[in-house]
Design a protein around this ligand. Structure first.
Ligand SMILES: O=C[C@H](O)[C@H](O)[C@H](O)COP(=O)(O)O
Length: 175
């Protein structure tokens, strides 16, 4: 899979006062320039990816894009090859390793993004870290409901030297 990272440059935008959401939107719109007619497209979740979803919708309404098959509107069983996936991330290290899922989506996004030919990650500067875990914020792990306390305890024990605490987050709740 080809991978890419889009970050709006604060230098080129230095004359403007932009909010974090403005930066997310600029990045998302840039990523959507990679979308072509007839593509199978994976669109992720979160406040950055939302701008990309909105932009694709706008271009479809305007007739500037056509015949787009969206995953998960469709699914990987019927469309096992995804031409392009666009999604945000919570942390990105210099080697393009990612932390995802702090917004509550993890497994399905990873499945779609693992099946794509090209994955464009859209972030603002605040997501850049020197190493994974560098933000000091939570690391999401999606588990099945069956014996989740047992799994939480196993996970916490794995990282006990770092004093990590495993906490349950249920569907739709932020970390
Ligand atoms: O669980 C959510 C996804 O992994 C998001 O892509 C990630 O949390 C980034 O979200 P946002 O763009 O809202 O910061």
């Amino acid at each position: 899979m080809e991978a890419g990272l889009l970050i709006p440059s604060p230098l080129s935008l230095s004359q403007l006062i932009l909010t974090q959401d403005n930066l997310k939107k600029i990045t998302a719109y840039k990523a959507v320039e990679y979308v072509e007619f007839g593509m199978v497209l994976g669109l992720g979740t979160g406040s950055t990816a939302k701008h990309a979803v909105d932009r694709v919708g706008e271009l479809l309404r305007q007739g500037k894009l056509k015949d787009i098959i969206g995953i998960p509107t469709s699914n990987l069983d019927s469309h096992p090859v995804v031409d392009l996936a666009i999604d945000g991330a919570d942390e990105v290290d210099p080697y393009l390793n990612l932390v995802k899922g702090r917004g509550g989506s993890l497994l399905r996004e990873k499945m779609v993004e693992g099946a794509c030919k090209k994955f464009v990650v859209i972030i603002d500067e605040s997501k850049l870290v020197n190493y994974i875990g560098g933000s000091g914020l939570a690391m999401s792990v999606e588990v099945i409901q069956f014996c989740w306390k047992f799994t939480a305890s196993r996970l916490q024990n794995l990282f006990q030297e770092s004093s990590c605490v495993a906490k349950l987050r249920t569907l739709g709740k932020k970390a």
